[in-house]
Every structure is written in structure tokens, then in C-alpha cells.
Design a protein around this ligand. Structure first.
Ligand code: SF4
Length: 311
């Protein structure tokens, strides 16, 4: 199938939505809402050059991030909760989103990166094709939470240059406890396998900037090093140790979980090192790591630039 056929198929799915493993079977084109509460429209918060992604994505000019509303996961600790748990924002047509993508390229961003695309995928891919027809050459980054259906990912073949999935939970019970996402590990692994089939398990760079490939992200949660280790074990067993991993230490409790028995604190240096050491022990050698410090990185989407500290 060509891109247009795949986009038509994706748009058709909105009438009986099975875009993600939740398989809500609602007709979003008639205003029925599923778990993500999104209509059959693109709902955006903001688009900006983001300098806080992994170095090959941010480069010197920034990643072209497009922050979308809602999410098919709804993690209770989400660092972007102001937008990921909301459906109130700008409503865009595919044509308008294509213009947003072209504008990010004009601003010298190294890529265009919708966050989180899963529930918006049909119209995003339509926008991408429109933008390509009008001169978009920057790589397209699919930055998702990992709770994906591999059959949907198959329909993106040939349109996505860089996949940026999370692999949040190796332990299924953690996926249920924190994201109400049954069978998270299986869905994440199957979709990552399909992503790798399309773009390979490496990362192609030009002048240090990613052009094609995959980076798998994992946010280390407090008290859950066993979950992180299980993620690494599963990746080694079912995927590859060549893959680029981004092990993130920036977890910061949002107000909603400040009294949660597990999630109320940041991670310790020791916890983070247990995970990074384990990755090295298993043979992963392409690993992005972060400092563990007291600096709170939670973005504030009430600001014009959510990553500007406002100081
Ligand atoms: S994208 Fe939304 S409506 Fe569709 S299956 Fe997933 S959660 Fe349900």
C-alpha cells in the first residue's frame, strides 16, 4: 500500500477507533469519545524548538516539537500532565498542522516531532504528506508512549524517519498500577519490533543530528528499579543491545502524586546508577544518560515557552 492508501485506512479507523491497544471501538467522527477523550481532530497546545531532547534530536537549533493534547496512556505521574490530561487547546485541520510543521522547519528545527501522536495519528500523517508536498524535508519523529498497536505502526511504514518510543514498564503490574495499561510490555515490544523493521535498530546521524533510526526511552521511577531492570532484560532478549537507549533520571512528582506512597519522591543517585550499571552489564553500549540532581525539569504549559524557567 502507498502512503495515501495507508492514510485513508487510518482515517477510516477513526470511525471505529482501534488506534491503540485500548480499542475503544467508538466512532470519533460522530463525536463519540473513547479513553483518550479526543474527537477526530488535531488538538494542539503549542509548537516550539525544544532544546531538552537527546543531543541528536535537539542538535544546535532544537527539535521541532509539537505538543498535542491528551494521551492514550494517562500515567498518573505524567510530567506533561497539564496537556496530556487535557483536551482543551487549539483545534487544527491537517492543512494547519502541515503549516506548523513547515514553520518549524523554517525556524531551522532539525526535525518535526509531535508529542504524543498515537490518538491523533491519522490526521498527523495526512498533515505530514501535505507538508512533504510543500517542501518539508526535516525528518519526522514519532514520539510515543510505547502503548501502541503494531498493526497501526505497520501503516506508518515509509512515512516515519525516527521512532522515539517509551518503554515504560517491564513489569505488567506497574503498567496497570500507574497507567491503567494492561499488557503494556507485550504491546510495547511488538510495536518496537515493527518500528525496527522499518527504520533499523541503529541511529543514522548527519553532523551529529539524527536522520533515521530509533531511540528507546525509559524514565526511571522511584522505588521501581526492578521494573527498569525488567525493561532492559526484555529489550536484550527480544530486541537488541545495539539499540540506542535513553535512560532518564528526571522524574519529578507532580502535585497529584505528592502523597503517593511510591511516586511522592524523586529517584536517588543510587537507584539511577543501579539501572545504568545494569544496562552496561547486559551489553547495551549506546546509552544516553542524565545527571541526577535536585533540578526540577517539569515543564509548565501555562507559560508561552513551557521549558523557559521564567526567571
Ligand atoms: S486512540 Fe483513544 S479512542 Fe482510539 S482506541 Fe486509543 S484511547 Fe480509544
Amino acid at each position: 500500500m502507498n502512503n495515501n492508501e495507508n492514510i485513508s485506512r487510518l482515517k477510516e479507523i477513526l470511525k471505529d477507533c482501534v488506534l491503540c491497544p485500548r480499542k475503544c471501538h467508538v466512532d470519533r467522527t460522530r463525536g463519540e469519545l473513547g479513553y483518550c477523550r479526543l474527537p477526530a481532530k488535531i488538538m494542539m497546545d503549542c509548537a516550539l524548538a525544544h532544546h531538552g531532547e537527546e543531543p541528536p534530536l535537539s542538535g544546535s537549533n532544537g527539535a521541532g516539537t509539537i505538543f498535542l493534547l491528551s494521551c492514550n496512556l494517562g500515567c498518573i505521574y505524567c510530567q506533561n500532565y497539564q496537556i496530556s490530561h487535557s483536551v482543551v487547546g487549539q483545534e487544527l485541520s491537517s492543512r494547519q498542522l502541515a503549516d506548523v510543521m513547515l514553520d518549524l522547519q523554517k525556524r531551522q528545527c532539525h526535525n518535526v516531532e509531535p508529542v504524543t501522536p498515537t490518538s491523533h495519528t491519522p490526521l498527523i500523517m495526512e498533515a505530514l504528506c501535505m507538508a512533504r508536498a510543500h517542501g518539508l524535508t526535516a525528518p519526522f519523529v514519532y514520539n510515543c508512549g510505547g502503548y501502541e498497536d503494531s498493526e497501526i505502526i505497520k501503516l506508518l511504514d515509509g512515512m516515519v524517519e525516527i521512532y522515539l518510543p517509551d518503554f515504560k514498564y517491564g513489569l505488567e503490574e506497574d503498567g496497570i498500577m500507574f497507567s491503567s495499561a494492561p499488557e503494556y510490555p507485550r504491546f510495547a515490544l511488538d510495536s518496537i519490533k515493527e518500528m525496527i523493521k522499518q527504520v533499523g535498530d541503529g541511529l543514522e546521524l548527519r553532523n551529529g543530528v539524527a536522520q533515521k533510526g530509533i531511540i528507546i526511552r525509559h524514565l526511571v521511577l522511584p522505588g521501581r528499579t526492578e521494573n527498569s531492570k525488567e525493561v532492559l532484560k526484555l529489550l536484550k532478549k527480544e530486541i537488541s543491545t545495539n539499540v540506542f537507549l535513553s535512560l532518564m533520571s528526571q522524574y519529578t512528582p507532580i502535585a497529584k502524586v505528592r502523597n503517593h506512597p511510591i511516586l511522592k519522591r524523586r529517584i536517588t543517585k543510587n537507584e539511577y546508577e543501579q539501572v545504568t550499571d545494569y544496562a552496561l552489564k547486559l551489553g547495551f553500549n549506546n546509552v544516553f544518560v542524565q545527571e541526577v540532581n535536585g533540578y526540577e525539569l517539569t515543564p509548565d504549559f501555562d507559560r508561552d515557552n513551557p521549558f523557559d524557567e521564567g526567571r
